[in-house]
Write a protein that binds this ligand. Structure first.
Ligand code: GDP
Length: 488
């Protein structure tokens, strides 16, 4: 079933435009062309929020509701801050009703089937729709490629500027869409983009909220741009689909970077599951690479499994820590330490002694891990990288230089010894298999026999009346059309 969307656009005059549609990609195009919601002053420039609804009635009712909301309440919605919305409603003597948003329903092979295990309300996070200027290039359709894809491709691989930014944003919005016709176009676009990808350095950055990720990325991004690089920042934040807004999606946190012409910042997509979010981030990464962003930063929150997802799509994975982290090494998840290529202690300015202690403790735990944990890191070999610890102050801009030197050294070593190429090969294959697994699981669950048998078998397994392995075998044979004698 096709979802309905309610969305909020930021307009050139500072006001917000609230609308609804059943085709968000087309509607953004209409806004861009000035066909809808356009007045010279109020020109909508940026998509700030979108929510998906199962029914048109639900969408219309919510649209009507938010049209009457104050600016503060709309902004709380864009930030996904439901508590604030309730608070504002209470202060006006009303109770804000939380809309019934569409439940995550994977509609295509490639969405993680685990969305069905724990359906989460699906609210899209703020997304950037770049400032609109009419396209000046009318691309010629190329044989074998559809016109919209050809036009996007030309925009993306064209020269940097507003046209390219718009094409990059549109392409990512297209890739995030769950509609099957958009998906087909998305696949066509990815295939066309692939020869233009792979030349950028992919840097994963993780750390708990408040550790200073955005402050650090802003400082690093500006430092790199000053050296002539172009920087894209993408995020993986699966919590955004639950909270109704991305904690990383707040563009103003990277105030200077977000307005820099050589930077492109895209908040986290939210499709309800980590697998879905990660897949979209990977695809967005390819779009940015094809557009010539030579450093792509994938930012993620240090919660759940999102670090593993970020590490599995980047060339180098960096973990940000606070100076007091060393006091309680238990607090540092061992699994994350194992995948970190570099641990950065931020806010070293706050307590230099604590930062030194953390440095020593994390260095020794990395050494222990390399001896006992990860055999790949064992034995000192000067031709390859060994995980390190650095102290910085993102706020004061101290240590950004040495950070980038470490990244450069990592890149040189791992390129020369072939490990970077191997890492990418493994990642591409793992990605393919992950998507196959998810697709198979989804097809399995959608099989009529499986659907029919699953509820009773789940109850029986939960109640201990049937062994889990027997139930699994029965379901698998039901799917492959074999006799069901064992359970009928
Ligand atoms: P994020 O949630 O990980 O993105 O963290 P932010 O970048 O938003 O930073 C959280 C807070 O820590 C903000 O108030 C920053 O100003 C502050 N902060 C970030 N880096 C530093 C630093 O190096 N030193 C100090 N003293 N404060 C910092």
């Amino acid at each position: 079933m096709r979802p309905f969307y309610v969305y909020i656009l930021h307009c050139a005059d500072g006001s917000y435009y609230v609308g609804h549609t059943d085709d968000i990609v087309l509607r953004m195009q209409q806004h861009e062309n000035g066909d809808v919601g356009y007045t010279a002053l109020r020109k909508p420039v940026e998509l700030m929020w979108q929510g998906e609804f199962e029914t048109r009635e639900g969408a219309l009712a919510f649209e009507l509701q938010i049209k009457g909301w104050s600016r503060a309440k709309k902004e709380a919605l864009m930030a996904g801050d439901w508590e604030r919305i309730q608070e504002l409603a209470r202060s006006h003597g009303k109770v804000a009703s939380v809309p019934r948003l569409r439940q995550a329903q994977p509609e295509r092979v490639g969405e993680s089937a685990s969305a069905q295990d724990s359906p989460a309300d699906r609210v899209r996070t703020p997304q950037s729709v770049e400032a609109r200027t009419p396209p000046t290039v009318q691309p010629e359709p190329v044989e074998g490629r559809t016109k919209p894809v050809q036009s996007l491709l030309q925009g993306i691989i064209g020269s940097p500027g507003p046209i390219q930014r718009r094409a990059v944003s549109k392409a990512i919005t297209l890739l995030e869409s769950t509609r099957s016709d958009h998906r087909a176009q998305g696949d066509e676009l990815l295939t066309a983009l692939l020869p233009h990808t792979g030349k950028s350095f992919r840097l994963g950055i993780s750390g708990v909220p408040g550790v200073g990720k955005s402050t650090f990325i802003e400082a690093l991004g500006l430092h790199l741009i000053a050296q002539g690089h172009r920087v894209a920042v993408l995020t993986i934040d699966p919590s955004s689909s639950v909270s109704g807004g991305s904690i990383l999606g707040d563009k103003t946190r990277m105030e200077h970077l977000s307005v820099n012409e050589s930077a492109y910042i895209r908040p986290s997509p939210s499709s309800g599951t980590l697998g879905g979010v990660a897949e979209k981030t990977r695809e967005a990464m390819l779009v940015c690479e094809a557009a010539g962003y030579d450093v792509v930063i994938v930012e993620t929150v240090g919660v759940g499994q999102s670090e593993t997802a970020a590490a599995s799509m980047t060339d180098m994975f960096v973990l940000l820590q606070l100076p007091n982290a060393g006091d309680d090494l238990q607090a540092i998840k061992k699994g994350v330490m194992e995948i970190a290529d570099l641990v950065v202690i931020n806010k070293a300015d706050l307590d230099p002694h604590a930062a030194m202690r953390a440095d020593a403790q994390i260095t020794s735990s990395l050494r222990i891990l390399s001896q006992h944990g990860n055999p790949d890191n064992a034995s000192h070999d000067t031709t390859r990288w060994h995980p390190k610890v650095l102290q910085i102050s993102a706020l004061l801009g101290q240590g950004i230089d040495s950070f980038w030197n470490a990244v450069t050294q990592y890149r040189q070593l791992q390129t020369a010894n072939g490990r970077l190429a191997t890492r990418r090969e493994k990642q591409a294959l793992a990605w393919m298999w992950e998507r196959i697994d998810a697709g198979l699981k989804q097809a399995f669950r959608a099989h009529p026999q499986v659907k029919h048998l699953l509820p009773a078998l789940q109850r029986d397994v939960a109640a201990g009346r049937i062994a889990a392995s027997t139930a699994a075998r029965n379901l698998l044979s039901a799917q492959s059309g074999q006799a069901l004698s064992a359970i009928e």
